[in-house]
Design a protein around this ligand. Structure first.
Ligand SMILES: *[C@@H]1O[C@H](CO)[C@@H](O)[C@H](O)[C@H]1NC(C)=O
Ligand SMILES: *[C@@H]1O[C@H](CO)[C@@H](O)[C@H](O)[C@H]1NC(C)=O
Ligand SMILES: *[C@@H]1O[C@H](CO)[C@@H](O)[C@H](O)[C@H]1NC(C)=O
Length: 273
């Protein structure tokens, strides 16, 4: 693919509502940025960013979410859903039956539902509301941070149907290679990269001959466990979307290998006249 082609900007002809699923180290952030450059109608909606913005702006939802976090609790799924729903509503991409902003009334209603769900140990659900979503190409987004499992995905489905879930698949040994090949000479701070900038003698600093060490975070065992956990925790999510017929897996050993495949699939699904 030529450089020129690589920098092309494409128009979408229908709304893309996308989730990227990938192990840590697989370059999800890189692909998101590249997709947004190539398809400027795409927005990135990150549940983490929405949460931080709402806390900072002291919205009713932000205040309640902050209280949860301060008491050491996870922010309940329903609050995250509300954050996303409010954002889509604000952008005019989703309309509720009667349009009601998130008020303290909603907060009270949510609190009651959460408490009941807590007591029954089930996932709280949104109160029954009807939603209409926009299919305009400008209502296109990559949703990040939520949903993480099938139960959460089923809740998002009630608001807007996700129409493409990309499973970014890179062999574990390649990810480990990329991440765990960093060695440091602690006293001097000299960094070696065993693939691209290897020490002359394996495991020894070039200048002093002293042993090199690895940051605890870069230990292959730590990363292997992290990757295995991702595989396990994303299984129900992938299955959910596979059943809906919107799952697509892209394989590649590097971001540069994956991007052109991703562009082609986006164009095939969302850009054709
Ligand atoms: C999704 O990617 C993971 C990680 O590479 C892989 O193990 C799995 O088989 C893929 N799932 C599908 C349905 O292709
Ligand atoms: C090693 O160097 C290559 C090429 O510069 C880079 O892609 C890779 O991320 C580096 N690995 C680490 C762990 O720094
Ligand atoms: C990607 O890595 C796998 C496993 O190391 C290897 O078998 C395959 O040839 C590589 N693919 C490319 C296109 O380099």
């Amino acid at each position: 693919m030529s450089r020129f082609l690589d920098n092309q900007v494409k128009k979408l002809s229908r709304a893309a509502r996308v989730i990227l699923v990938g192990a840590p180290g697989v370059g999800k952030g890189t692909q998101t940025e590249r997709l947004m450059k190539r398809f400027p109608q795409l927005s990135a909606i990150s549940s983490g960013d929405l949460l931080r913005d709402n806390v900072r702006n002291r919205t009713p939802l932000g205040i309640r979410a902050e209280a949860k976090m301060k008491s050491g609790d996870l922010v309940p799924d329903m609050m995250i859903l509300r954050l996303i729903l409010n954002e889509l509503d604000k952008r005019g991409w989703v309309k509720r039956g009667p349009v009601v902003p998130y008020t303290l009334n909603y907060a009270a209603e949510d609190a009651a539902i959460e408490q009941a769900a807590d007591e029954a140990s089930i996932l709280p659900t949104l109160p029954t509301e009807s939603f209409h979503y926009s299919d305009a190409p400008s209502a296109s987004f990559i949703l990040d941070g939520f949903p993480r499992n099938a139960a959460q995905a089923a809740q998002i489905d009630k608001i807007v149907p996700i129409n493409l879930v990309v499973n970014i698949s890179t062999p574990t040994e390649i990810i480990l290679d990329r991440i765990c090949n960093r060695w440091v000479h602690a006293p001097s701070g000299r960094v070696y990269n065993t693939t691209f900038n290897a020490p002359k003698v394996p495991g020894k600093d070039d200048v002093t001959g002293e042993p090199l060490t690895r940051r605890p975070d870069d230990e292959p065992e730590v990363w292997k466990a992290r990757l295995a956990k991702h595989e396990e925790s994303s299984l129900s999510l992938l299955e959910h979307y596979d059943k809906k017929g919107v799952l697509w897996t892209v394989r590649g050993n590097s971001s540069n290998e994956i991007s052109p495949k991703l562009y082609a699939e986006f164009e095939r699904r969302f850009s054709e006249e």
